[in-house]
Structures are given as structure tokens and as C-alpha cells.
Design a protein around this ligand. Structure first.
Ligand code: BGC
Length: 416
């Protein structure tokens, strides 16, 4: 009897603590699967562990998050949304419009998010005036990552014009190196295309083509030229580019096989993860022709509506952790991004991080700050995916530049 009672009490306590442990856990859907990304994710995981919140991992690889968003749709349709989801720009707005996201207004007011999160980010973190997502960072896509030793060996200075950039790649190719490390996946081609559009036509053209979706801009001479630049780049990638993951392309640069990679500053996370230092083994500079502009994207955690009160509490704890100044530094120095708050001292960031912070602020003031098309901050996912298809078909030789520009007009019209 005593024994039975003991067993019963023991079981009851276990059940209680198990349910407490389960409740104090966040299931996080994300696409941070590379070495640098995983290191950054660990900063968050450990931060939450420090507050007694467990982590249930739901990774779905693929930059830009298209694949993650497909998995998310299936989960929500099945009535089982994850606690928190990494999300970009217009996708946040789409989910908020469906009424699927939790309202974070009380927390935002208590912690003064309105005053410290840049307006360009708030445009995506809020829906109809209410906070629905917690911004983690600001990335930007118009960067070149370069191997310093190779630049020195080939006598290459940081190029300031498109012509100098092409000449530098030619020199690398002539010397037997891969000039441009690239992974042939639609989202990577789209990432590069952000900079070709900005480089050819500047802010006015970028706005007209990617944000206003003006058919004249989408199908005009500048769009043809942007595609021509993609053709030029295609001539500088190696034979094995098809399907390669972006982090393997970064590795080609830090291993000295390739001179440049055009990629968002998550690439810096790979260089840092490999033990390299900005301004020493590797360099960063804006894609020639895009200087003065920043094509940005911000990873945010959208919290889905959940009934369980303990789960709601862990959502708030996660949002609190993500927005804290200490976390913004600890996470972003590893991730390669810059803080999603305007009040962070740049001192802890490396040379590329400090440059990124200064340029983000400058571009914000000068009208040079634009959402990245490739990463969901210029137009809704339906249009973005239509653009991906055309850009990647052109890169793979299916269309010439003139046809690609025509296809852009048709695909965008169909997607709207
Ligand atoms: C995300 C980054 C991520 C990159 C590659 C982008 O869409 O914003 O955080 O590192 O994709 O996975």
C-alpha cells in the first residue's frame, strides 16, 4: 500500500514536470542549416535555455525560405502550427492578413520596440498597426565577398565599377581560378539579380521594376541590360555550379579556389565560422554600381496563434530574448547580419559589420534603402516566385535577355 502510494505520487510528479517541460518549449521552424547559421541559431537556443525554455528544432533548408514556407503551409493546414517561424517581409504580411499570427502589442509597448526598431523593418513586423513579428536582424544582398590573398596574387584592387569588376573576374579566370563562386539554385540567382537591377538602373529603376511592378520597367531596355549582366556572370562560374549550396560557394572563396561571391551577408557567417577575419583573409564590398544603396531583408520570428497559455508565455519569452540588446549583438556578430535595433554600439562588430551598420543608416536617410526582391521584401511571394522562375531559366540558357525581359512582364502579370 505504502509502496503503491509512493509509486503513484512519483508518477504524478513526473507527469507534472513533463508537462511543464513540454509547455516551456518552443518549436521553431527555420532555414538556418549551414555551419555559420547553425552557430548563430545556437546563440538563440542557449539564450532561451538560460531562461528555462527548451528548443524543438524544425529546420527546412533553402535560402529565401520558399521551402520552409511550403512546410509551414502544410503544418497550419493540418491545424498544428509551430510556436515560432522564421519569416521574411511580405510573407509575414500574408500570414497576418489570414489572422494566423499572435498580437505582440503589449510586449512591444512594454519594451519600447516602436522607438528602437527601424521604420523599414516595422513596415513588415506590424500589420494594421499591430506587432505580429519580432525582428532578429537586418541582412543585405548587394555584397561581394572576396579572397584577399587571391586579390593580392592577381594584383586586384577592390573594383569600383562594373567594368573593373568584370576585368577582375577575367584576370582570375585567366589565371585558372574560378572567378565567381556561385550555387545554381533559383534563390541564389535571384539574390545576384537584386544587384544587377540596382546596378544597371539605380533606385528609380529598382523601385519601378521590383516594387511598383511597372510593365515598362520590367520589360524595358534596362531590364534587358540587367539580364545581360547575368549572362556575363554566367561566363565566370565553374562547370559544377548547378545545384550547389550557397555555403559551399562561400567555402570556395575562403579556401582560395574562387575570387568572389555575390551573396547576402549571411555569407560572412561562413567566413567567420571558418576562423577568418573581415579585412584580413576576406574582404567585403558592395556590388559595383550599387554603392550608396542597400537591398535589405530582415529575419523575423512570427508567432502563430496558439491556445496553450504556457506556449504563449514561451512565445513572449522568445520575442523578449530576440529583441534584447545583448542578444542583438551576440547573435548578429555570428550571423553576419546587423542589429534590428538602432541603439546598438557597433564596437563589437567586425569591419564588415560596422560598414553594414553605417551603410544601412546612410541608405535609410538618403533614400537608398530598398527591400530585397530575392528575399521577400520587395513584393509578395507569388510575384517573387514568378520572378525566380524567369531569372533562373535565363541563367540556365533557356531565354536570351530580350525574351527574359518579356517573360518578366508576362509572369508578373499572371502572378498578381
Ligand atoms: C535569410 C538568412 C539566411 C539566408 C540563407 C535568407 O533568406 O534571411 O538568414 O542565412 O537566407 O539561408
Amino acid at each position: 500500500m505504502t509502496m503503491l502510494k509512493k509509486l503513484y505520487t512519483g508518477a504524478a510528479v513526473l507527469a507534472l514536470s513533463t508537462s511543464a517541460a513540454v509547455a516551456q518549449e518552443v518549436e521553431v521552424l527555420h532555414w538556418w542549416t549551414s555551419g555559420g547559421e547553425a552557430a548563430a541559431l545556437n546563440v538563440l537556443r542557449e539564450d532561451l535555455a538560460g531562461s528555462g525554455i527548451g528548443w524543438s528544432d524544425m529546420p527546412v533548408a533553402g535560402g529565401g525560405g520558399s521551402d520552409a514556407m511550403t512546410v509551414l503551409r502544410a503544418r497550419v493546414t493540418a491545424g498544428d502550427p509551430p510556436t515560432a517561424v522564421q519569416m521574411l517581409g511580405f510573407a509575414i504580411q500574408d500570414w497576418a492578413a489570414e489572422g494566423a499570427l499572435a498580437n505582440l502589442d503589449a510586449l512591444a509597448a512594454e519594451q519600447g520596440w516602436n522607438d528602437v526598431v527601424p521604420a523599414a523593418l516595422q513596415a513588415f513586423s506590424t500589420y494594421e498597426g499591430s506587432w505580429v513579428a519580432a525582428p532578429v536582424n537586418v541582412h543585405s544582398t548587394n555584397w561581394v565577398w572576396a579572397n584577399t590573398a587571391l586579390m593580392e596574387e592577381l594584383g586586384i584592387e577592390q573594383p569600383g565599377t562594373w567594368e573593373e569588376f568584370v576585368a577582375a573576374m577575367q584576370a582570375a579566370q585567366d589565371a585558372g581560378y574560378t572567378a565567381l563562386a556561385h550555387g545554381g539554385q533559383a534563390w541564389q540567382e535571384a539574390t545576384v539579380f537584386d544587384s544587377m537591377v540596382m546596378g544597371v538602373g539605380g533606385p528609380e529603376f529598382y523601385q519601378a521594376a521590383f516594387i511598383d511592378l511597372d510593365p515598362e520597367a520590367l520589360g524595358g531596355a534596362q531590364m534587358v541590360e540587367a539580364f545581360d549582366r547575368m549572362t556575363t556572370l554566367r561566363g565566370f562560374v565553374d562547370d559544377n555550379f548547378s545545384g550547389r549550396d550557397w555555403n559551399l560557394a562561400s567555402a570556395m572563396v575562403f579556401n582560395g579556389e574562387a575570387l568572389f561571391q555575390i551573396m547576402g551577408d549571411w555569407a560572412k557567417g561562413e567566413f567567420v565560422n571558418a576562423g577568418q577575419t573581415a579585412g584580413e583573409e576576406f574582404q567585403c564590398f558592395r556590388v559595383p554600381g550599387t554603392e550608396g544603396t542597400v537591398t535589405f531583408n530582415s529575419d523575423q520570428f512570427a508567432m502563430f496563434n496558439v491556445d496553450d497559455e504556457a506556449e504563449q508565455a514561451s512565445q513572449l519569452a522568445m520575442a523578449t530574448a530576440v529583441l534584447s540588446p545583448e542578444f542583438q549583438i551576440a547573435f548578429n556578430v555570428v550571423k553576419g547580419s546587423v542589429p534590428a535595433r538602432t541603439d546598438i554600439d557597433p564596437a563589437s562588430f567586425d569591419a564588415c559589420g560596422q560598414l553594414g551598420m553605417a551603410q544601412l543608416a546612410e541608405a535609410g536617410e538618403s533614400g537608398g534603402l530598398f527591400g530585397s526582391m530575392a528575399h521577400g521584401h520587395a513584393n509578395p511571394p507569388s510575384v517573387q516566385n514568378a520572378m525566380y522562375d524567369v531569372i533562373t531559366a535565363h541563367f540556365n540558357g533557356e531565354y536570351d535577355s530580350a525574351v527574359a525581359a518579356e517573360e518578366m512582364v508576362a509572369a508578373v502579370e499572371l502572378a498578381q
